[in-house]
Design a protein around this ligand. Structure first.
Ligand code: CIR
Length: 252
């Protein structure tokens, strides 16, 4: 897998709690979210990555979930059109910053696509067809990716917000998954999570380290058995807003 050298993140704003959520876990604390965001950035730095921290933009309470605004490969940054109207526009600042590093291509309306729906496995991109990503968005992404030699296919998403809310690829043919997606990758090693630990499906592999959310001991034990170097990150406040580890950064 390609070595990650850079991350783009955006701080949560004071109105972070006004973002979209379905979680029923209570109102997040802005101060605690900010602390957790700092710790997240430190964890990424520990993996040898230079982190660019963008200021919060209070027009977008969900703006810290930058993953949804772009899909990045070695050759190109593909700027998305986030699928919830409240988030449309978050991608402009991200396009600006990514254009300093990469050639930029753009998904155009009526295409919608959230980066959280994109699961990359080597040179193949699985596109989650969730409420945020539509056929037109998926088609445009596939066409752009194919110009650069990448393949793609679609996976329906029914029980979670995004594809990567429910499954992540952690390298070496290993996946961490909720029930909904576990049988799709039968020829691979899939850690199938107990329902009460579903949130821990969203893990983040950065170079030689695997970031996992703090507090999910059964998943952690299974992952440790596979020999990963683990960094646990407290995510309680982001979880209240339906966000996970991958959502908070764009890596390249
Ligand atoms: C949203 O509903 O859009 C945000 N509250 C959470 C986005 C999480 N992003 C992700 O899973 N990639």
């Amino acid at each position: 897998m390609q070595r990650i050298t850079r991350a783009i993140v955006r701080q949560p704003g004071k109105n972070f709690a006004d973002g979209i959520t379905t979680s029923n876990l209570g109102i997040p604390s802005f101060e605690l979210a900010l602390q957790q965001h700092h710790a997240y950035c430190d964890a990424i730095r520990k993996c040898g990555v230079e982190v660019t921290v963008l200021e919060a933009d209070e027009r977008f309470p969900d703006g810290c979930f930058v993953e949804d605004t772009a899909v990045i490969t070695k050759e190109v940054a593909i700027i998305t059109k986030p699928g919830d109207i409240a988030r449309l526009g978050e991608e402009s600042r991200i396009a600006e910053i990514l254009s300093e590093f990469k050639k930029v291509e753009t998904i155009l309306l009526p295409g919608n696509l959230d980066g959280g729906d994109i699961l990359r496995v080597d040179n193949h991109f699985y596109i989650g067809m969730s409420h945020r990503t539509n056929q037109e968005g998926a088609k445009q992404l596939s066409e752009i990716l194919s110009k650069y030699g990448y393949t793609s296919s679609q996976i329906p998403v029914k029980t979670v917000l995004h594809l990567k809310t429910g499954i992540t690829y952690i390298g070496n043919n290993n996946y961490v998954s909720i029930d909904e997606f576990a049988d799709l990758f039968k020829s691979s090693n899939v850690i199938k999570l107990d329902k009460d630990e579903n949130y821990s499906a969203n893990c983040l592999l950065i170079n030689d380290n695997l970031l996992i959310p703090k507090g999910f001991s059964k998943s952690k034990n299974e992952i440790v058995k596979l020999g990963y170097k683990i960094i646990e990150v407290e995510m309680s406040e982001f979880r209240k807003m339906d966000g996970g580890l991958t959502c908070l950064s764009l890596l390249f």
